[in-house]
Write a protein that binds this ligand. Structure first.
Ligand SMILES: *Cc1c(COP(=O)(O)O)cnc(C)c1O
Length: 386
């Protein structure tokens, strides 16, 4: 028997090596990886800048407690602050932990109890972040949940306008719902959420765990909408595979996270921080992000154009390299066929294929992926008619 709890629906493929966009399995079969460890390997697999930074740090000091000064943590925080316009950072090890910090800070700072989140959201698997997540299938069997959270329908300005409650500490949301189906928020909805926060004197928390670290062609996805969040959380892509989470906040919030209010043993340790620094120094460069924008615009255009003739395809959506293709049917068979044809993709809900290539993907690899997608969808559709 396996001695690992069966919490994941695993494939029996083991990926044993990877460089850039390409990975190889235990039998030597190569794939184009458009999963990137779920938006983690934004610089592709084994990026040499990160490898060199981590190797160098391994020669000197691996871990030191936050009882001591950690200059590399200050430097990583400065990179996040200048990319976001926010002022202070708390480092942890995952997306859920970053959201936990955000939830605690919002309650502490406002003295209020409720946090509004959205249906089809995903904020993590810890008790608080699971409670924040607006999906029944994720809550199932774990009740009663924390009473902190209430769920509103996403992209629904009317329901939002009905919120009058004075006890709201924060509204928390993803600007593109990732796990919930790659659903981009509309500009007017997101602006209305921000206005509602100001009206209620509540904080705006944006969960950029999946959309941050350059995934959408800007450091953070909220920047496409010119939003002004009080708190931003990030994780997945921050460390190129090294576990790094971060909660960023405005300077007004600094006194509320004073000594002794929050902490983490591993959060912000030197190894994690050099991985994060090397990753962010590369991704947050204007030239790098411009290149992501150009490549992703080309890819989205081509996808939309080439898939429009297929009846089973409903929509191509997303921003930058966070892309969803929605179908009128369950996509698990198509994902298996794509994999068989050499392209790794993942679902976002039952009807959406999600594409998260490394941001370093080449135009040649994008063309190859387009070819596999079109060919596979075409075959799938004609097989269905027979
Ligand atoms: C993945 C994800 C999380 C949870 O991150 P973990 O590192 O798995 O805890 C939270 N929010 C969003 C939007 C995510 O995509």
């Amino acid at each position: 028997m396996s001695h690992v709890f069966p919490t994941y629906n695993r494939l029996d493929i083991e990926l044993v090596s990877g460089k850039g966009t390409e990975v190889q399995d235990q039998n030597g079969t190569s794939y184009l990886d458009f999963i990137s460890g779920i938006a983690v390997c934004n610089l592709g697999h084994s990026p040499s800048v990160v490898k060199e930074a981590v190797e160098k740090q391994m020669e000197t000091l691996w871990h030191v407690s936050n009882l001591f000064t950690i200059t590399k943590q200050e430097e990583a925080a400065t990179l996040l602050a200048s990319a976001s316009g926010l002022d202070a950072v708390f480092f942890c090890n995952s997306g859920a932990e970053a959201n936990e910090a955000a939830i605690k800070l919002a309650k502490k700072h406002t003295g209020k109890t409720k946090i509004l989140t959205f249906k089809q959201s995903f904020h993590g698997r810890t008790f608080a972040t699971m409670s924040a997540t607006g999906q029944e299938k994720i809550h199932s069997g774990f009740g009663p949940l924390l009473p902190t959270f209430e769920y509103l329908p996403y992209n629904d300005e009317e329901k939002l306008s009905e919120v009058k409650d004075g006890d709201v500490a924060a509204i928390m949301l993803e600007v593109i719902q990732g796990e919930g189906g790659v659903n981009p928020g509309t500009l007017s909805f997101l602006r209305a959420v921000e206005a509602k926060c100001r009206e209620l004197d509540a904080l705006l928390i944006i969960d950029e765990v999946q959309t941050g670290a350059g995934r959408t062609g800007l450091p953070f996805a909220y920047q496409h909408y010119s939003l002004n969040p009080d708190i931003v959380t990030a994780a997945k892509g921050l460390g190129s595979g090294f576990p790094v989470g971060a909660m960023l906040g405005k300077k007004e919030l600094i006194p509320s996270f004073s000594q002794g209010t929050h902490g983490s043993t591993f959060g912000g340790n030197p190894l994690a921080m050099v991985a994060a620094k090397a990753t962010m120094e590369t991704i947050f460069e204007e030239e790098f992000l411009k290149d992501v924008q150009h490549k992703s615009e080309y890819f989205m255009e081509q996808l939309t154009l080439k898939l429009q003739e297929y009846r089973i395809v409903q929509e191509v959506k997303g921003i930058g390299f966070m892309i969803g293709i929605s179908f009128d049917k369950d996509v698990s068979d198509i994902i298996a066929e794509l994999r068989h044809n050499g392209l790794l993709t993942l679902p976002a809900g039952a009807h959406v294929i999600r594409l998260l290539p490394p941001l370093t993907v080449t135009k040649g690899e994008l063309d190859q992926a387009l070819h596999i997608l079109v060919h596979t969808i075409k075959q799938h559709q004609s097989a269905e008619v027979c």
